[in-house]
Design a protein around this ligand. Structure first.
Ligand code: 13P
Ligand code: SF4
Length: 331
């Protein structure tokens, strides 16, 4: 397939599907292009290890948004999912933002379609809207303050007690925040298909085999998983906990990509991924199929041809920016 054909098939395929020279050193090529084009590679902890290892910065959703807000690079290559690249573009209208695969979406972001959410908001005009960063630009434009799992509690607590709150789109994180803050929030009925998959039975079985292991979980997980967790936190929170805890073994209920960074920062710890109900990848772990769409080859091609690009229409961008900037101010 040549470049023109690859570009034509982008909407359907999501990425540039062009053959590369056999034995091409992708890591070296990415390094060359990154320097030549003054590009920065931002990667989420759920990316495959080889992508995390070549990134300029690896972080959770908040840290990535903060890194995007202050970069001086001309090109931002986002090794993550669409809403992350879109957030980077909203913050950087004059920079080129590349996403190696446009089909790297997010089930949580998909669970809040614009029209339905707009109608829901209209039914509750006296509510402040707090939305998780895992949303489209359309939802961010309908939002008062964006949050991530790192700062959600702080952001909810910053809202005066007499104000009513809509929290969207993650009902699991929302229910957890209601417990933590005591605020009576109206929850949108959305969820992450990856974090909803953890098997309570299999985790409890692992706990009997590793009685000293700490169970740690991301708040996008279901309440019956959070109820047995010793620690609940964002990906960066989980990473810090493993690094600082005196415990030696951990059962980790979040996407398994984080185990790579955990093993790097805490090489002496035993890290056990929490298994899903249906073990689709037969890894006894849970992987996000959207995060895992990115590969080194797709990153190389994206940097070489500066495609696929993520763009946001200017009126929408300006509206969405307000709720993201409020979050960054409060973080
Ligand atoms: P954090 O890295 O902010 O905890 O988010 C997890 C996640 O599901 C990102 O899609
Ligand atoms: Fe979305 Fe869940 Fe994948 Fe995160 S892990 S990108 S919330 S589907």
């Amino acid at each position: 397939m040549n470049l023109k054909q690859a570009i034509r098939s982008l909407p359907e395929k999501g990425y540039l599907d062009i053959p590369v020279t056999k034995n091409l050193d992708l890591v070296k090529e990415i390094e060359r292009l990154r320097k030549a084009k003054n590009a920065v590679i931002l990667a989420h902890y759920y990316q495959v290890p080889e992508i995390q290892d070549i990134a300029d910065f690896v972080g959770d959703s908040l840290a990535l948004a903060q890194a995007a807000a202050k970069t001086t690079a001309d090109i931002i290559l986002f090794a993550g999912v669409h809403f992350m690249a879109e957030t980077a573009k909203i913050l950087n209208p004059d920079k080129k933002v590349l996403l190696p695969d446009l089909l790297a979406g997010c089930s949580l972001a998909e669970s809040a379609p614009k029209d339905k959410f707009e109608a829901f908001k209209k039914q509750h005009p006296d509510h402040i809207v707090v939305s998780y960063v895992n949303t489209s630009a359309d939802i961010k434009a309908l939002t008062d303050i964006v949050c991530t799992s790192s700062n959600a509690e702080k952001i909810i607590n910053s809202i005066p007690k007499d104000k009513k709150i809509i929290f969207a789109p993650d009902k699991n994180l929302g229910a957890y925040l209601i417990k933590k803050t005591g605020r009576d929030m109206l929850l949108w009925d959305g969820a992450c298909e990856v974090h909803e998959e953890f098997s309570l039975e299999k985790i409890l079985q692992l706990k009997t085999e590793h009685p000293d292991a700490k169970i740690i979980a991301h708040p996008e997980s279901r309440d019956y998983i959070l109820n047995i967790a010793d620690y609940i936190g964002s990906t960066s929170g989980l990473l810090k906990y493993v690094q600082q805890s005196d415990a030696k073994e951990f059962i980790i209920a979040t996407e398994s990509g984080i185990l790579h960074k955990m093993a790097q920062v805490a090489p002496d710890k035993i890290l056990i991924p929490a298994p899903p109900e249906n073990d689709k990848n037969s890894c006894a772990c849970t992987e996000c199929p959207y995060m895992k769409r990115n590969t080194l080859k797709k990153i190389y091609l994206a940097l070489e041809y500066e495609l696929p690009e993520v763009n946001v229409e200017e009126t929408l961008r300006k509206k969405a920016l307000v709720s993201i900037e409020r979050m960054l101010e409060l973080s």
